[in-house]
Design a binder for this molecule. Structure first.
Ligand code: GLN
Length: 193
């Protein structure tokens, strides 16, 4: 079954996600306006600046349109800023967001001293084989609601979660050579079609 994965292309590292999908041979397209959304079966929210992406989504009416599709079962995958946008609660912030996932996130949670780093991390669906997690001014998940599955932790901090059709990582698999998390997401998209 052929599917098309959308990549929200308002700001941030959307091209890296497109390159990942290209490597996997998955049809993909940039989503910049509501009409683009109609052609996709799933959507990736890239890393970048969550306040900017949230503001632009609201300006183009994409926030409502994405919420509707997500509630109808469309899979969404948010990396870093994308995770922040998916959260129902952002500590200390009233910024524009999608507010779909029962998680509370804390932005820039590793402090200004540690801007970016990488670490091998287990990712629950993959068992023993760790992924290389690249963190860049990353958030953490402070708390999760019922129905949210924790997929990865780093030093007891929650950094990857799934709630049904919604997947989020505080780190950036699109910046590595490891395609498995994107494949995992494509699997969710196939199942939902
Ligand atoms: N710190 C950024 C934010 O709060 C996220 C950083 C990223 O996506 N790499 O939006």
């Amino acid at each position: 079954m052929s599917i098309c994965v959308g990549v929200l292309a308002l700001q941030g590292d959307f091209e890296k996600h497109e390159a990942m999908l290209e490597r996997l041979g998955i049809a993909h397209r940039q989503v910049r306006k509501v009409a683009d959304l109609e052609a996709v079966d799933a959507l990736i929210l890239p890393g970048g600046e969550s306040t900017t992406i949230g503001r632009l989504m609201a300006r183009y009416g994409l926030d409502c349109a994405i919420r509707q599709r997500a509630e109808a079962g469309m899979p969404l995958y948010g990396t870093c800023a994308g995770m922040i946008l998916l959260a129902k609660e952002i500590v200390g912030s009233q910024q524009d967001q999608l507010g779909l996932m029962d998680i509370t996130v804390l932005r820039n949670a590793f402090g200004s001293q540690i801007d970016s780093f990488e670490a091998p991390l287990p990712f629950k669906p993959f068992g023993e084989e760790p992924v290389t997690a690249v963190f860049i001014r990353a958030p953490i998940v402070q708390s999760v609601g019922e129905g949210v599955e924790v997929l990865s932790t780093f030093e007891d901090k929650i950094v990857a979660v799934q709630q049904g059709n919604l997947l989020a990582t505080a780190f950036h698999p699109e910046l590595t050579d490891d395609t498995r998390i994107h494949e995992y997401f494509v699997g969710l998209a196939r199942k939902s079609k």
